[in-house]
Design a protein around this ligand. Structure first.
Ligand code: HEM
Ligand SMILES: *[C@@H]1O[C@H](CO)[C@@H](O)[C@H](O)[C@H]1NC(C)=O
Ligand SMILES: *[C@@H]1O[C@H](CO)[C@@H](O)[C@H](O)[C@H]1NC(C)=O
Length: 327
């Protein structure tokens, strides 16, 4: 009846859309006015922590992945509850190394020691920056990090269920899980390259070397010599706390050795090796194995997309004062 109505509501709608886009969008210079030196402050804290222990690097990188895949990149993985019912208390997160949490807490303290920056920078953003810094510190690519995430107020053990990949997953399961977070097959393969650094507990690939298909065989997709080596370093009845390097060749270097290992049957988990065993992903593995620049470019694109998963804005979150507790 009112000819102006549709126009007006359309206008209103596009205004709302614009608002949503502006809010949901992350910016590399988000803290330009509120805390202009935030990147240097975080980098220096991360570097100091890294000099104390190498585990800082793999622990922080994995923590970021686990944060983003459960309720989005909102530092919910860092929240702790007295009754042990947070994300980090789920079995899938119990092996997250404490040094990753410690890195974020130390970098947050460094940021908050600058009066202008106090309580201005989210724990989720600090984790994203620290992740970028540990990749660079171990020889990986450098990249700009998008910022502007808010910290979530909810963290439950139950919400982890079905959101994190397991080491016995094959390509189909990995692909559908990554797709559900808006990540492509190429992103999956590039991000799996994170296993070029860090450690794994023997029990996670025990069946591949001691109990394949409930027999005393070694998984035939494993290189026989590597399988034999794994049996030696991870014998039956091993101390369950024992860890080994995931990349036996260049364990402390963020490089494309991971893909070269896969070509040799030296992927530690079924999830790793299946990227090469399966014809649908082998081509990309071969590309990353032969061209480190191609790997680095794909990794930067993928981790940037990972950093956008489920980002909280507006009243969906807060800037936590203590990364382990809601305000
Ligand atoms: C594709 C599916 C993936 C599976 C099934 C998987 C599984 C695992 C498992 C089981 C461990 C060993 C944990 C332990 O024994 O303590 C591990 C370690 C690790 N993962 Fe993954 N992961 C996957 C993808 C990723 C992604 C996307 C990233 C990061 C971008 C990542 C980063 C790491 C790092 C750095 C470590 C070493 C942690 C440490 O040394 O403390 N992983 N992963
Ligand atoms: C655990 O503690 C949190 C708050 O810290 C509370 O919301 C939750 O209901 C508690 N869960 C159980 C099972 O007691
Ligand atoms: C490696 O990959 C990069 C980036 O995709 C590309 O520009 C370059 O030409 C490739 N190098 C070779 C030798 O194929």
């Amino acid at each position: 009846m009112n000819p102006k109505m549709p126009n007006k509501s359309l206008h209103c709608l596009s205004f709302l859309l614009l608002l949503t886009v502006a809010y949901a969008h992350l910016h590399v210079d988000h803290y330009r006015h509120s805390c202009p030196n935030v990147e240097a402050i975080v980098r220096s804290a991360v570097k100091q922590k890294f000099q104390e222990t190498f585990v800082t690097a793999p622990a922080t990188l994995r923590l970021f992945f686990h944060d983003c895949f459960v309720r989005g990149c909102d530092a919910s993985v860092i929240l702790a509850t007295r009754n042990h019912t947070s994300e980090k208390d789920n079995a899938d997160d119990l092996s997250l190394a404490g040094d990753g949490f410690d890195t974020v807490i130390k970098a947050k303290a460094a940021v908050d020691s600058v009066p202008q920056c106090r309580n201005k920078v989210s724990c989720a953003d600090i984790l994203a920056m620290a992740t970028r810094d540990v990749v660079a510190l171990t020889g990986g690519p450098t990249y700009d990090v998008e910022l502007g995430r808010l910290d979530g107020r909810i963290s439950t053990r139950a919400s982890v269920r079905h959101h994190l990949p397991h080491p016995d997953f094959k390509l189909n399961q990995l692909h559908s899980l990554f797709t559900s977070h808006g990540l492509s097959k190429t992103d999956l393969i590039a991000l799996s390259g994170a296993h070029t650094i860090g450690f794994a507990h023997c029990k996670l690939f025990f069946d591949r070397i001691h109990n394949f298909k409930s027999s005393n065989r070694i998984d035939p997709t494993l290189d026989p010599a590597y399988g034999k080596y794994l049996r030696e370093v991870c014998p039956k009845n091993i101390d369950p706390r024992l860890v080994i390097d995931m990349d036996p060749n260049t364990p402390r270097k963020f490089d494309n050795m991971y893909y070269k290992n896969l070509q040799q049957g030296m992927g530690l988990f079924t999830s790793d090796q299946s990227l090469f065993t399966d014809k649908r992903s082998r081509k990309i593995v071969n590309l990353f194995a032969s061209n480190n620049t191609a790997f680095e470019q794909a990794f930067v694109a993928a981790i940037t997309k990972l950093g956008r998963v489920g980002v909280r804005t507006g009243n969906q979150g807060e800037i936590r004062h203590n990364c382990a507790m809601v305000n």
